[in-house]
Design a protein around this ligand. Sequence first.
Ligand code: 45D
Length: 166
Amino acid sequence: MTYTTTSSQTPLLQAFQKLDVDQQLALFWYIYTEMGESITPAAPAASTVSEPVAQSLFEQIRPMSREEQLQIQRDLIARKNSLIAREYGAMSDTTKLLFWYLLAQGMSENTIVPMPAGYELNSEAQNLFQQIKKLDFSEQITLFRDYVAPMGVDPSAAEHDSETGL
Ligand code: 45D
């Protein structure tokens, strides 16, 4: 899988990925609430985004219990092997971003497990949030694409996993 990161954002990306998984989810949620309105689901013509592909993975997660919905999101970030993780890993990077966007919308609509009331970012995550807010929109998109790209499991690179049999 190839994706480009501009050097100015690499430290930010790495700091994001080093937060514990729940803090990553919480930070990503706050980012969504901050930028939600500026995201236009209309895809640029040259984009590799596939709405039906993102939608189809989302539709597998929507009917699950709240615990399962949360676990899947945690496992994607932790790159744990599963069928969902492999389907995720087979999507284009922009489709992955759209998939997360659908999850966040689902949280707003209460079809996906919402953030617990009063859940707080730790100081490191707060600090990253402030830095991310200062980036311009296109830098943010690049950062988030690079953030969601390596999640899940790339099915074309994964070796047989004796733990899961996948
Ligand atoms: O109980 O080119 C915690 C497209 C604590 C179009 C929790 C685009 C414990 C094409 C873990 C916190 C639109 C795709 C619970 C471009 C606890 C195109 C739960 C742009 C319940 C560029 C936390 C797309 C949870 C963009 C569940 C910019 C947190 C998309 C979940 C941006 C957080 C998408 C989620 C963003 C965050 C999505 C789902 C920023 C999603 C963020």
